[in-house]
Design a protein around this ligand. Sequence first.
Ligand SMILES: Nc1ncnc2c1ncn2[C@@H]1O[C@H](COP(=O)(O)OP(=O)(O)O)[C@@H](O)[C@H]1O
Ligand SMILES: [Mg+2]
Length: 424
Amino acid sequence: MKILVVDDNKMERFLLTSALKSLGYDIFEAVNGNEALSLLESKSINLVISDWMMPGMDGIELCQYIRLRKNTDGYVYVIMVTSKSEEEDLMKGFEAGVDAYLQKPITIKILDVQIKVGMRIINLEQQLTYEKQKVSRFADEMESLAKHRAEQLIHADRMASLGVMAAGIAHEINNPATFINGNIQTFEKFWPLIEKSLASNNQDNQMAFIVSEMPSLIDGIKSGTARIQRILKGLKSYARQDSTQFIEYELHKIIDDALLLCHNNLKYNITIIKDFMKDIPSVECDPQKIEQVFVNIFNNAADAMENMNKGTIKITTRTTNHKPLEEVGKDSHKDSQQDNQQDNQTAQNHVKIVIDDTGHGLSHDILRSIWDPFFTTKPVGKGTGLGMSISHGIIKAHQGTIKAENRPEGGARFTITLPIYSPK
Ligand SMILES: Nc1ncnc2c1ncn2[C@@H]1O[C@H](COP(=O)(O)OP(=O)(O)O)[C@@H](O)[C@H]1O
Ligand SMILES: [Mg+2]
């Protein structure tokens, strides 16, 4: 146990230190506050016994400095030695961080008891610091686990909707593959004639026709393969599990890619109307994650219109203070007022995407729980109830907003805002 005795009076310091040494403590001495502070820096001292009245820095000021220091060696317990006349100022000392007082003339037995109390407090403080570190380490671990789990959940949602889309996508791929196949069969049929003609070097009329058809046949093959590649690329990148990465990206491209992925769910009875803002600024986002949000919304809209003869999905994009969109957004007076307020605050900093459908709309129960994980009104195997909760999380991580409401004409409306990209 290292104790520092601070006193400008040589005699009193001598008496105190020799008494403490006889009790077996490891003692350091300082004649003023500054000397005390430099010893504290170098000697890992646990307890300070300081005289109150000293020239220059007094005991209270010294205590304030001790409390301001970064406590690398643990808690420093401070005992202030007082004379009768200073008693009324005791409060001042406690406020400065003094732990205990010792009345002059000092009784060594009482001092020893005080030191023992001090040791107990120091031990408790040490334990507390250790526990605090443990808790904060645990909190850090929990935070990174939660982050990891959230990423896993996002991935699970991707995989679930991928499963639903996979059958449709297989059909999608089948289509261009069929016409590639057709073209190749024609090509094969032509080939012996080409060969023959090339061999005889005799270009008749039939050959001229074949030669003229050749570029369009090859074009067909090329565009078919390109389409397959595009579908497969979309599928592969959609299934990839990446951590969120924010980049500058074209909003309309993300929407178009999402539409392409959902094409099979949308193509039979659903008309897509795009009201895209010309020259819309690019957004700051993780394109894959935002695509996932659109895929979720489009698939939900398709499900909501599944039993109808025909339906419409209308996608409107604007910057936030764009007039026509405020008109689109005025479902209720209150809402549109809120929207306008938000528009003024974030003027031109965000893009706004409104997705309207003509499905069955959102019931009171759906509206209450739509953002909750695992909330679904769909049968097992079709719905996971993850889409909207994941989408909400994704948009929040982008510093954007997402809102669900009913259109007065019927059907659901989803409104998303996302920050416009600004170079750093
Ligand atoms: N456009 C919409 N129209 C009607 N209901 C919707 C729409 N979008 C979402 N919902 C409702 O919200 C629920 C939760 O959606 P979501 O989180 O995507 O899970 P899931 O689609 O797997 O059910 C759906 O089950 C559905 O009841
Ligand atoms: Mg869904």
